[in-house]
Design a binder for this molecule. Structure first.
Ligand code: NAG
Ligand code: CA
Length: 358
């Protein structure tokens, strides 16, 4: 368990290097361990990817300076509603009542495994519980349609991650701001008055509002596993928020972000959205499916905790995930060392006995 945690921290922390202004984790004992690991990986299992290599996809990313946003000749992102561009951030809503705005990637995304890093800021003059409503991050079939769900349409097709700052449900025992995820095939409606309680798959409390430093959120989707992490404490460290399996999402949907205010308000800013392609191998069975035809769904028959990569059962026999391979190799290495030590001791004992005989 400890090794798994360590591996994940490394896997996510490494990507922080891509952030401007933030120091990377720096070299340490992990680097040499990693080299040994990669060497073993290359020698023993050349057909297994570690699931951690990645590539930034410029066409699905929103990065300063915001060229290719709105009315340019090569648009990458469209925006709508109260959204306003400055040189430093994209403001989805200002700190004013009854605003809604969104920004949407222009091209559908056909990557099967991806990771989105969002640098965002929610801030305003409102004191405790007098601010709202929050940001939604989207991977959906439809784009640019305004509506009641944090400024975007309800009964959506796809994935939503809600960064909800205001507890509309007064009876809730939850601590806000609260991050939650929802997967929808168009049949479900988001109940704003209950903060989406009945449709959420998982969530966590996250203190991201009115922070003096940069705040980040990462979403990883790979082989049916959906992971949401936050970096809110200015420590350049990802903290686990959501980790569920059995999530099925098609390719060909759009990334977007939206925000809404009601009677209460906040500035909802997006500073960057960076999409990374995860290099993950799929079995021929998986490759033969038309991924654009997949219905968004969640299979809860398996416990979200048992780390099964496959949502459907079709993908069984796929390659081991990175950390499992790592653990296996570590065990093998330890085994070899133990054998060597035992061998040396036995050899020495025998030498001594021989000496005694002569
Ligand atoms: C959509 O989801 C609902 C409930 O989650 C389910 O009952 C329904 O069968 C799904 N429809 C399709 C077309 O998958
Ligand atoms: Ca709410």
């Amino acid at each position: 368990m400890a090794a798994e945690a360590w591996f994940w921290r490394w896997g996510w922390g490494r990507r922080c290097l891509g952030r401007p202004g933030l120091p990377g984790p720096g070299p340490g004992p992990t680097t040499s361990l990693l080299l040994v690991f990669l060497l073993f990986l290359g020698l023993v299992t050349s057909d297994i990817t570690d699931g951690n290599s990645e590539h930034l996809k410029r066409e699905h990313s929103l990065i300063k300076p915001y060229q290719g946003v709105g009315s340019s000749s090569m648009p990458l992102w469209d925006f709508q509603g109260s959204t306003m561009l400055t040189s430093q951030y994209v403001r989805l809503t200002p700190d004013e009542r009854s605003k809604e705005g969104s920004i949407w990637n222009y091209q559908p995304c056909f990557l099967k495994d991806w990771e989105m890093h969002v640098h965002f800021r929610v801030h305003g003059a409102g004191k405790k519980n007098l601010h709202g409503d929050g940001i939604a991050l989207w991977y959906t079939r439809d784009r640019l349609v305004p509506g009641p769900v944090f400024g975007s349409k309800d009964n959506f097709h796809g994935l939503a991650i809600f960064l909800d700052t205001y507890p509309n449900d007064e009876t809730t025992e939850r601590v806000f701001p609260y991050i939650s995820v929802m997967v929808n095939n168009g049949s479900l409606s988001y109940d704003h008055s209950k903060d989406g309680r009945w449709t959420e798959l998982a969530g966590c409390t996250a203190d991201f509002r009115n922070r003096d430093h940069d705040t980040f959120l990462a979403v990883r989707y790979s082989r049916g596993r959906l992971t949401v992490m936050t970096d809110l404490e200015d420590k350049n460290e990802w903290k686990n928020c959501i980790d569920i399996t059995g999530v099925r999402l098609p390719t060909g949907y759009y990334f977007g972000a939206s925000a809404g205010t009601g009677d209460l308000s906040d500035n909802h800013d997006i500073i960057s959205m960076k999409l990374f392609q995860l290099m993950v191998e799929h079995t021929p069975d998986e490759e033969n499916i038309d991924w654009t035809k997949i219905e968004p769904s969640v299979n809860f028959l398996k416990s979200p905790k048992d780390n099964v990569d496959d949502p459907t059962g079709n993908f069984r026999g796929g390659p081991l995930t990175g950390w499992r391979v790592f653990l296996l190799l570590l065990c093998a290495l330890l085994g070899i060392i133990v054998c060597a030590v035992v061998g040396a001791v036995v050899f020495q004992k025998r030498q001594e006995r021989n000496k005694r005989f002569y």
